[in-house]
Design a protein around this ligand. Structure first.
Ligand code: MN
Length: 490
């Protein structure tokens, strides 16, 4: 999917300096796009599109960008000075993600060569300030990245922002399939679907469990054989109860057919509505997540959609992204950890070792023992992400975590598990998380960063809260208070 998108490099200038300078600007912009594309640090292609000299040229490129479904955003830079009143009309109409790349063609100031011609050609230092002012004046959601364009860390920051922009594009066309409603009485999994569609673009709709059961009944033994071969090759079959695993394959095939027929990239279900089904989908949901579909348990369509979005943003990366739930704590003074899991549905993209297919009874619900993948999550820095509906607005909460190898083997725990240290520490992090209203369901990702989610939230025009190593409850509470005021005024 990343390869379906491109970004347009739009360079600001003006007629004042004569045709020679404009020719040089265009050549250099093309060269910069070529070198950035060849760097391997951008997940999507950068296309040099235009050198802007007039109001009409900005309007034209913005109109084209808005309607081009492959254009996931524009990246601007001012090689020379480019008077910004000519950018106003175009910027007002821009509907695509926007990044201002403040760089310059030359890395150093050349001692002998520098004269007034050089100064006229290479004046990004003040050109980018004029350019930045008008975006600030227009209150545009934008990313500003400053640095030398050939530096790897700068290129990677552009690449990282591109993934956030692709997350925006993905979000705006995302369809979510709900099997059954939210779990009875649960608050945080509720939300205003109309407001969410207005803000984030998601089309969230329901399909009868009965239709899923019809589709399950229509699945052939040959189709199940085929998927069982995939399970066998990717996972360790640690059960003799093959029929139970085959039932999961039947569920997966039926769900995938329905998802694909509707173009849905995320789904939710609930153990309280499995009418006509023998097992809650376990490995079925887990393997669909491994294929890139978003999932949310207990009817949690918000976390299902967010899982799909973070998976889309991190396409091609290998750390892993999954639906997750905070389950229980280890509160020993020298070893404070969160244990995350779910009753079944943790994505095997997180696994530190080959997942085992096991069959165990489910303590909740009234169905047969389901097959599921059991594994430990791997170590490493990650984030957990929660989207909540505050009534009138959406709030995205991101917490930095450090996943560790689980400190206990927990041999009788029949589900996949991840253990982590929350930032800034477990109990302070819990105080911040609860103050912000973060859910028990999250998306856990080793690939997507808090900065990428901040950029995504800004482009989506929703509230963003980051709990990091520097957070304190006092600072978070102050920010929540000020955000409440700000969002009431918006
Ligand atoms: Mn849950």
């Amino acid at each position: 999917m990343l390869k379906d998108y491109e970004f347009w490099f739009v360079v600001g200038s003006q007629f004042l300096y004569g045709p020679e300078v404009l020719k040089t600007v265009a050549e250099r912009a093309q060269e910069m796009a070529d070198i950035l594309n060849a760097s391997g640090n951008l997940p999507c292609k950068l296309v040099y599109k235009a050198t802007i000299k007039t109001n009409q040229e900005v309007n034209d490129v913005v109109r084209e960008a808005n309607y081009d479904e492959h254009c996931a955003g524009i990246i601007t830079w001012c090689h020379t000075f480019s008077p910004s009143k000519m950018w106003i009309n175009g910027f007002v109409d821009l509907q695509k993600p926007y990044c201002h790349f403040a760089t310059q063609y030359n890395r150093s100031i050349p001692n002998e060569e520098i004269d007034m011609d050089f100064m006229n050609l290479n004046q990004a230092a003040h050109g980018d300030r004029e350019h930045g002012f008008i975006a600030a004046r227009l209150r545009m959601p934008r990313k500003v990245i400053a640095g030398y364009w050939q530096d790897e860390d700068v290129q990677k920051r552009i690449g990282s922002w591109m993934r956030s922009a692709v997350g925006v594009m993905f979000s705006r066309t995302l369809k979510v399939m709900r099997f059954g409603d939210n779990m009875r009485e649960v608050a945080v999994t509720e939300g205003d679907k109309v407001e969410t569609q207005i803000k984030l673009g998601w089309q969230v709709n329901t399909w009868p469990v009965g239709t899923l059961v019809e589709n399950m009944n229509a699945v052939t033994e040959e189709e199940i054989d085929e998927l069982m071969a995939v399970y066998q090759s990717e996972y360790e079959m640690a059960t003799d109860d093959i029929e139970t695993v085959r039932y999961q394959a039947r569920e997966e095939i039926a769900m995938k057919k329905m998802l694909d027929a509707e173009g849905c990239r995320a789904f939710s279900n609930t153990f309280q509505d499995l009418y006509g089904m023998k097992q809650l989908p376990g490995i079925a949901s887990q393997h669909l997540m491994a294929l890139g579909y978003g999932y949310g348990g207990e009817g949690d369509w918000k976390v299902a959609a967010m899982t799909a979005i973070l998976k889309a943003m991190s396409e091609g990366q290998t750390g892993g992204t999954a639906f997750m739930e905070d389950y229980t704590y280890n509160l020993e003074p020298d070893a404070t950890y969160s244990l995350g899991a779910h009753m079944l549905e943790v994505c095997p993209s997180l696994a530190a070792e080959k997942p085992r297919i096991e069959v165990h009874p489910l303590g909740i619900g009234d169905r047969e023992a389901p097959a599921r993948l059991v594994f430990e999550g791997h170590e490493g820095p990650a984030i957990v992400v929660s989207l909540i509906d505050m009534g009138g607005r959406l709030r995205l909460i991101v917490q930095d975590i450090e996943a560790v190898k689980p400190i206990l083997p927990m041999p009788n725990l029949p589900v996949a598990r991840v253990m982590w240290k929350a930032m800034p520490d477990l109990t302070t992090g819990v105080e911040c998380w609860i103050a912000a209203g973060g859910a028990h369901h999250t998306v856990l990702s080793y690939d997507v960063t808090a900065e990428q989610m901040k950029d995504w939230a800004r482009m989506m025009d929703i509230e963003f809260i980051h709990i990091s190593k520097d957070s304190t409850p006092e600072k978070i509470e102050e920010q929540l208070f000020l955000n409440d005021l700000a969002w009431k005024l918006k």
